[in-house]
Design a protein around this ligand. Structure first.
Ligand code: GLC
Length: 703
């Protein structure tokens, strides 16, 4: 904490009335009902979804600069002129919409995600936004949950790498810079463990799993300097996260030294009543504030009750001052006291630049995962007439994915048009947007490409599904054209893993496009016709069927493991005991071989280098993503059968061999042990350098 900032804050707090202090703890979603007088009286600390409805600018979708400046101007008429911090859900892009975060995780390229976040920050701040409610860092093991789209998948190591990169991209070295945002690590914590994959359900997570699986991405975000944290809706182990003092204060601040502030998720303070831990709003407000929850998003509980609770001595002035201090600290660090207004000329030069579009195309290209490619059907070459069919052939905004309020369909080249631009000369494209037409035309073409999947309206918050099959009307396309003797490529756009076992068997090639963002169509064309090659790897396991969920790679072995001989082993009678596709899996347009695993020592003391040769044995250049996994063979608690501890993206020319190297340190092997302490235990370890979480070259070492 800088002395200058702390002195400024303490001086300001000393002048504030209790009402003004409580005012800083309130955040409202700016809507027509919001009375400007609340701002003038200093009773609002933050606004989000600032809309033109309040300023006569019309119902603009985004909080553009004039609107933000309008609210800021009113707020600065207050007695102490404390600026607002204007927030918004700027999750994976603003006008330049990048692939959904789950897709960006599939690129296994944190640096690229950081660049995307930096572009996003530049566009959002040009629109008067200073605080984004991102990155979403919830580990997800259940694709029925609609919000798997927003996170980085099932793995804590990948999640932590992405968390740090995206926070750095949003905030830069100092988020007072005019083109930088204050980040918000959300939803703290365990939201992805909601029972049944149903949003808002309760979750049960053991302390070791909480510490070693769900918390690491948040710790990485805090270590990267995230200015704020958002509490989760979830009732975790019987304590709603919004009122969990152990997590919000003892862990977040006591153990990790977090100095920023915590905002509740939408109305989650008031929801403490529905959860059944608060009698009424006053009680809910006391529980949340004492737990360490600083800002009340929308519920009004702090606004309505804290004054009386203070007067009754139910909260101490010190607790109130501490919450205010944290909020003022972030506002001061964000430069809002010196520069509360947005330069409205930036909108003309900082939005949707060609460089931003190019970056979005790169991100889309690197995120798509090739799941099958029999007979090297892809890239499509030598076909004179190709049928492009499916529900997505005219897709524009449908490519954005969830949480893209500022993306605009008109910014997107429709998929069919984009494909025309990327199709090689002499290739004729036909189009069909119904199964019947597709079936008829298949007889007259040389190859078929189906573009199907789930609409983004089915992805994201409160979009949970009980069945992971393709949505209605999609599988029919595959049934209509499969088996007609024409090479079939299926491209799937989705915000989650879908149970596509049947489609995988019917297609010759399958490319998973996720929701790829504003440049997804062009990126797809480059991959389909081979000007670029796919390099994505799965950040989340793909189940064979809904009933196989939860299924994830870093599982425990069981006393009767799936690889046991005989009948008595953990499995279903009606399914093979392995996923359709494992975490880390993905193909390219060339092949790679791994050889000559080497360990620098048999025993890890300090550091241990693990290396292997990777060779491109095919005829095209390609990017491989070697992954480093370990397994702790014996522990005071049971240990996962594999844990990701490193990955690299390696470009190899045809015939080229590179020795990829990873360095393991003792700290990489630490875990939450049976006595609750975090550390390592001596013993044997397996280690792999692998193309995915099921294969690879195996070695062993001791600690
Ligand atoms: C929503 C989401 C949260 C979002 C907030 C504001 O309910 O849970 O992720 O940031 O409300 O829109």
């Amino acid at each position: 904490m800088s002395q200058e900032t702390e002195a400024f804050i303490n001086h300001l707090i000393a002048q504030m009335t209790p009402e003004e202090k409580i005012g800083q703890l309130n955040q409202y979603s700016a809507d027509p009902e919001l009375a400007p007088d609340l701002l003038r009286q200093g009773k609002v600390g933050s606004l989000f979804n600032a809309s033109g409805a309040l300023t006569g600018h019309g119902f603009s979708d985004s909080g553009n600069a004039e609107i933000s400046n309008h609210f800021q101007k009113i707020a600065l008429e207050s007695r102490l002129k404390i600026p607002l911090i204007l927030g918004r859900d700027v999750i994976h892009g603003f006008r330049t919409v990048f692939p959904i975060p789950l897709a960006q995780a599939a690129a296994f390229n944190p640096e690229l995600a950081s660049e995307a976040a930096s572009v996003t920050a530049r566009e959002a701040t040009a629109n008067g936004i200073k605080w984004t409610f991102a990155p979403m860092l919830d580990i997800a093991r259940d694709p029925r949950w609609g919000r798997v789209a927003e996170g980085n998948g099932e793995d804590p190591f990948l999640g932590a790498q992405m968390a740090a990169a995206v926070v750095k991209g949003f905030q830069g070295d100092r988020f007072s810079a005019p083109d930088k945002l204050v980040a918000c690590a959300k939803h703290y914590v365990g939201y992805g463990a909601a029972e049944g994959g149903r949003d808002y359900e309760n979750g049960e997570i053991s302390e070791p799993t909480l510490r070693d699986v769900y918390l690491p991405p948040f710790r990485a975000a805090i270590q990267a300097g995230a200015g704020t944290v958002m509490s989760a809706f979830i009732d975790l182990n019987g304590i709603p996260a919004t009122a969990d003092r152990r997590l919000l204060t003892e862990v977040l601040r006591g153990e990790w030294g977090f100095e920023g502030f915590v905002v509740s998720d939408w109305e989650s303070i008031k929801e403490l009543i529905a959860h059944g831990v608060a009698e009424d709003e006053a009680h809910a407000g006391l529980l949340a504030l004492k737990a360490g929850l600083d800002m009340d998003m929308v519920s009004g509980v702090y606004h309505n009750t804290l004054g009386e609770s203070l007067r009754q001595g139910k909260i101490s002035p010190e607790i109130l001052d501490e919450a205010v201090r944290r909020i003022l600290r972030i506002k001061h660090r964000a430069g809002l006291f010196e520069h509360p207004f947005t330069d409205t000329t930036r909108i003309s030069r900082d939005i949707l630049t060609p460089e931003a579009r190019a970056l979005a195309r790169t991100a889309a290209r690197q995120s798509m995962v090739l799941l099958k490619n029999n007979h090297n059907l892809l890239p499509l070459q030598g076909f004179r007439r190709i049928l492009i069919a499916g529900n997505f052939i005219h897709a524009r905004g449908e490519l954005f994915g969830t949480w893209t309020p500022d993306g605009r369909s008109e910014d997107v080249t429709p998929l069919d048009e984009a494909l025309r631009h990327t199709t090689p000369k002499g290739v004729e494209l036909w189009f069909a947007d119904s199964p019947d037409l597709a079936q008829n035309l298949t007889h007259y073409v040389d190859a078929v490409v189906l573009l199907i999947g789930e609409h983004p309206a089915r992805s994201g918050e409160n979009c949970n599904v009980s069945d992971l099959s393709l949505p209605p009307g999609q599988a029919e396309f595959v049934e209509a054209v499969a088996g007609l003797g024409k090479p079939l490529t299926v491209v799937i756009f989705a915000g989650r893993p879908l149970a596509i076992t049947r489609q995988i068997s019917q297609a010759d090639a399958v490319l998973y496009g996720w929701h790829p963002g504003i440049e997804g169509a062009a990126a797809l064309g480059e991959l389909l016709f081979g000007t670029e090659s796919p390099s994505g790897r799965l950040p989340i396991t793909f189940p064979r069927a809904t009933g196989q969920v939860p299924i994830y790679y870093n599982r425990k072995n069981s006393g009767r493991p799936i690889r046991n001989e005989g009948l008595f082993r953990t499995r279903y009678l009606d399914l093979p005991p392995v996923p359709l596709f494992p975490f880390g899996f993905g193909l390219g347009y060339t092949q790679f071989e791994y050889a000559n695993l080497k360990l620098s020592h048999e025993t890890l003391r300090g550091t241990l280098e693990v290396s292997a040769e990777v060779t491109n044995t095919g005829a095209r250049p390609g990017v491989e993503v070697p992954q480093l996994y370990v397994r702790d063979l014996v522990g005071s608690l049971t240990r996962p059968v594999r844990e990701l501890k490193g990955f690299q993206r390696v470009l190899l020319q045809p015939g080229e061999t590179q020795r990829v190297r990873f360095t393991l340190q003792e700290a990489d092997l630490a875990f939450t042990r049976s006595d609750g302490t975090f550390g390592v235990e001596p013993g044997g370890f397996h280690v792999w350098i692998a193309p995915d979480s099921q294969r690879g070259l195996q070695g062993e070492f001791r600690l």
